[in-house]
Design a protein around this ligand. Sequence first.
Ligand code: GDP
Ligand code: IMO
Ligand code: MG
Length: 423
Amino acid sequence: MAVDLLLGLQWGDEGKGKIVDVLTGDYDIIARFQGGPNAGHTLEFDGIKHVLHTIPSGIFHDKSVNVVGNGVVIDPVIFKKELDNLDPFNLDLTNRLLISRKAHLILPTHRLLDAASEASKGKAKIGSTLKGIGPTYMDKTGRNGMRVGDLELDHWTVKYRSLADKHEAMLRTFDVDIQYDLKELEAEFMEAVDRLKTLPFIDSEEYLFQAQKNGKKILAEGAQGSMLDIDFGTYPYVTSSNTTAAGACTGLGVSPGSIQGVFGIFKAYATRVGSGPFPTELFDKVGATMGKVGNEFGATTGRPRRCGWLDLVALRYAVQINGVTELMMMKADVLSGFKEVKVCTAYKYRNEEISHLPFNIEEANVKPIYRSFPGWKEDLTRLTKAEKLPKALLDYIDFLEKSLDVPIRIVSVGPDRKQTIMR
Ligand code: GDP
Ligand code: IMO
Ligand code: MG
């Protein structure tokens, strides 16, 4: 049986959590394949708003199995908090939340290294979420990391100590003053590891292989977005993993041939949190209104998200890299009331008009070229049928589908599960 992928196509926060939750009923297994607690995936239903960071967004459906794949990096401390936050829901998690033995662990010292690295960069900082993501993936590719499976060994704390000591030595090489009490951080870490160990650790690639053989349907849940991909994003202002379709193969151990649907999610406009180029960013009242109406604050860090018009050059690139088969347009409701809606269709690049994404999209290099559409006034948040969407929005959708050559199957008109229009 097949695996479908769900990926963010912009700079993250497209609404992946919401859509995974909406689609979970159609799947047996939801599997996160990369990233870690830098992600914040928001789910809203029955008047509840809940943010998940590492736990897959299928967790609220009692029939779904949720797998944290080998490509994910897990901070036991944050993971424990996530589990604690689920307590009030009385979910039966028995054999419904499975952790890959090959997933890497974020140590308290990884977080400190992230903070030191960012502080030492000054103005050139990445604007990371300070969750230790970069240093943990560096240890993974540097072949020094600790994995979930290591926790099953008798002497895992020896390995832990040696790595943490090495990190402390590295911390001293930064010319910044990071205050910390490692004893306190480690006490919290050890307690959280004990909680993590109450969950089943699995060989997830084998589990997913057998599940496919047995006809189970799998939805792979991405984190971040294509423009934050370590290879294809706006490097170095990216995260440290492959957020694109290929990341699902390496992050779960599923073969490329098993992938069927690639669902690409994008906002009807664009946002970015953290540093880095963003050609269509708005610094005026229009951008401020998008941020206010769209409630654009980071689900993990609470930082305000930068807002701007949809960038079709970047979106087309993401559709291409991922081989997107279906699109999902989020937050169409936020654009209600704008006199005009603009889309960047090409860049002015070195006095030339280009429609592909060049190596460098810093402001000095590219200027967006816009096409303007008439806006719509109607409140969309109560609509349930595609035919009822305002004509101006349907024209906008039609233009995007033609430009991207992929159908837009879902139009989301609010944060709640129910505010989802299928086309
Ligand atoms: P994710 O990281 O991709 O899961 O997205 P986030 O949860 O970080 O950010 C998306 C935000 O938009 C959350 O607060 C969602 O509740 C909200 N949201 C999702 N879809 C819609 C929508 O169609 N309209 C509105 N107004 N909000 C939405
Ligand atoms: P979800 O899954 C939006 C951004 C950070 C920073 C850069 C690197 O909720 O869409 P990192 O902590 O990964 O080293 O930060 O990536 N970033 C995100 N932006 N949504 C996310 O996840 C993000 N995860 C990381 O703001 O610019
Ligand atoms: Mg998010």
